[in-house]
Design a protein around this ligand. Sequence first.
Ligand SMILES: [Zn+2]
Length: 294
Amino acid sequence: MTFEIYSHARWAIPLPPGHKFPISKYSLLVERVSGLVTVRESDPVPWDWLALVHEAPLLERIRTGQMSIREQRGLGLPWSEVLVERGRRSVGGTLAAAGYALAHGIGMNLGGGTHHAGHDFARGYCLFNDVAVTLARLRAEGLAQRAVVIDCDVHQGDGTAQILGPDPDAFTLSLHGARNYPFQRIPSDLDVDLPSGTGDDDYLAELDRALDVALADEYDVAFYLAGADPWEGDRLGRLSLTKPGLRARDELVLARLRGIPTVVVLAGGYAPDPSDTVDINAATLDCVLAEAAP
Ligand SMILES: [Zn+2]
């Protein structure tokens, strides 16, 4: 059986010339990993399912193209029908990966990790919170209740913290650059603020300590945001991890999550040359496949 992963790369957001969002990384990644795995197209989730997490007025503005200029600026992406379709499919990919993880131990979405989206806001390139919506659906279907979120994107997971922070059956860990976006934080259950320039060794030691805290309890499902943006060459990150360091991070997290069905999502990655981000994402998939091997 070949491992199945999910992609919504075909729904590429139309962006104005010179826009800095690296939309090409998603299709480059699909090209890179085709042949290694079976890539399936993610389905769009119904609006009802998004409403399990997001407030109705926000969803209505997104659905009908009524987001204000200020909201679109905060999102960092211009509204379009494709943006909305892509956002719904991104959540669908994480949900499908969760179903795969519950059946096979581990699953992966070639997208998702949109952790800046909260109950009532969409910002920082994040339209909907795929992890929170997926968990809400798993609970509604009686498939899982207790969840841990290991967020290793270089930016703090403020949207996830807003939604799941107060949830007694969810633990949110965010490990991020102290001086990175977002500048007004919503606290996670555990936030680890790392100084600019933190390199592999210190990062891995901090991560190991944080995982001891996060994994002191038992969980039905785990979400791992394997952000590529702690990389030393990233445009938007302030940490200094190398590619081997990021691979060691992935191996550490996945080893510590063994025994818990684990959903891996990409989150951010803003290398000036998108092929560097693709290297890091493909290495994460490598680690996932090593865990999935019987
Ligand atoms: Zn990020």
